[in-house]
Design a protein around this ligand. Structure first.
Ligand code: NAP
Ligand code: GLV
Length: 314
């Protein structure tokens, strides 16, 4: 078997090196190398150039390099083979670190104290809510969302989650579907978005949704943390909501266009925190290991884990 590393962005070499160490008997190639198309049985991709997987007659499976798979479905010539995505504790823990960091930072008003420090201002105030007084709502209760929700709960936040199908998670108030959305929003002070990008979720973070968030909380106004995908949000509406205080603060790891263009007003907005789509990075050491294990499963005729539904888009 040959594994093709098909990256549309980023450096493939650390991945090739890692796969060669883990699968020493199998050829590992990357896009642009010279190889026999008939030899390719597996491909690992991240934003591969559309059409670049179309001509491998013996391709058995495509692995996303990350948890998200929307980048695969951009390719209208994606071969009709099994698709698997990454589920790995390394990726999950990194995302929960990001969510906890920013939920605490919003609650403890890090932005306000930084501003006061910049102006050498010591303002006596004992207005500090406890986590138990702050309601976090996690949109997407999958692998990442449910881990973040449980860890936020452990810190003391009041946590709820929203998913497509009904869920039951100890200590988390679970809402689902269109019917559950408005009640979920109405009890949420800090909205964490860990949804996949699909036809159903595109543009879901819009003015109407943000207006539905809680207005009776211990924090100034509701805030948003989006580490799902940029096209879940409508950035013009998000900016309007920040400007008219429908939204107090936004922490964004993902954007409608990446890299975020220099002309985007998000860069300079005083209540926006920007990170460059690295809330949870795929580390070649951890993730190549998970993908190599999947390849070994196929070779032993065991079923692939963490497969993706083309119909649902995630
Ligand atoms: P997952 O396990 O597939 O979970 C997805 C969750 O979203 C599920 O709970 C699912 O509901 C819910 N969902 C999907 N469509 C929905 C809809 N229309 N309405 C309501 N809920 C819906 O995915 P994951 O591993 O947690 O990853 C989530 C996303 O995080 C990825 O797709 C990716 O875009 C993003 N991500 C970002 C980074 C980063 O660095 N920024 C890193 C990794 C991943 P059900 O449970 O009912 O199916
Ligand atoms: C990163 O964005 C991922 O989907 O893993």
């Amino acid at each position: 078997m040959t594994l093709l590393v098909a990256l549309g962005s980023g450096d493939p070499d650390p991945w090739v090196k890692q796969f060669r160490a883990l699968l020493p008997d199998r050829p590992i190639v990357k896009l642009g190398d010279s190889y026999d198309p008939a030899s390719i049985e597996f491909a690992m991709t991240w934003y591969h150039p559309p059409g670049s997987l179309a001509h491998y007659p013996h391709l058995k499976a495509v692995f996303s390099m990350g948890a998200g798979v929307d980048h695969l479905f951009r390719d209208t010539e994606l071969p009709d083979v099994a698709i698997a995505r990454v589920v790995d504790p390394d990726l999950t823990n990194r995302m929960s670190e990001y969510v906890i960091l920013h939920a605490l930072s919003i609650m403890r008003q890090t932005r306000r104290y930084r501003e006061q420090q910049n102006h050498l201002q010591w303002i006596d105030d004992d207005w500090q809510p406890a986590a138990s007084e702050v309601r976090v709502g996690v949109m997407g209760l999958g692998v990442l969302g449910s881990d973040a929700a449980q860890k936020l709960k452990h810190i003391g936040f009041k946590v709820a989650g929203w998913s497509r199908s009904p869920k039951s998670i100890d200590g988390i108030q679970c809402f689902s579907g269109d019917a559950g959305l408005s009640s979920f929003l109405a009890r949420t002070d800090i909205l964490v978005v860990l949804l996949p990008l699909t036809d159903e979720t595109r543009g879901i973070i819009n003015r109407k949704l943000l207006k539905g968030l809680a207005r009776d909380g211990r924090v100034a106004a509701p805030s948003l943390i989006n580490a799902g995908r940029g096209n879940l949000q409508i950035e013009t509406e998000l900016l309007e909501c920040l400007d008219d205080d429908t939204l107090h603060e936004a922490v964004l790891d993902v954007f409608q266009t990446e890299p975020l263009p220099e002309t985007s007003p998000l860069w300079t907005h005083p209540r926006v925190t920007i990170t460059p789509h690295n809330a949870s990075v795929s580390d070649p050491v951890a993730i190549a290991n998970a993908i190599a294990a999947q390849i070994k499963r196929v070779e032993k005729s065991e079923p692939l884990l963490n497969t993706v539904s083309r119909a649902k888009g995630y």
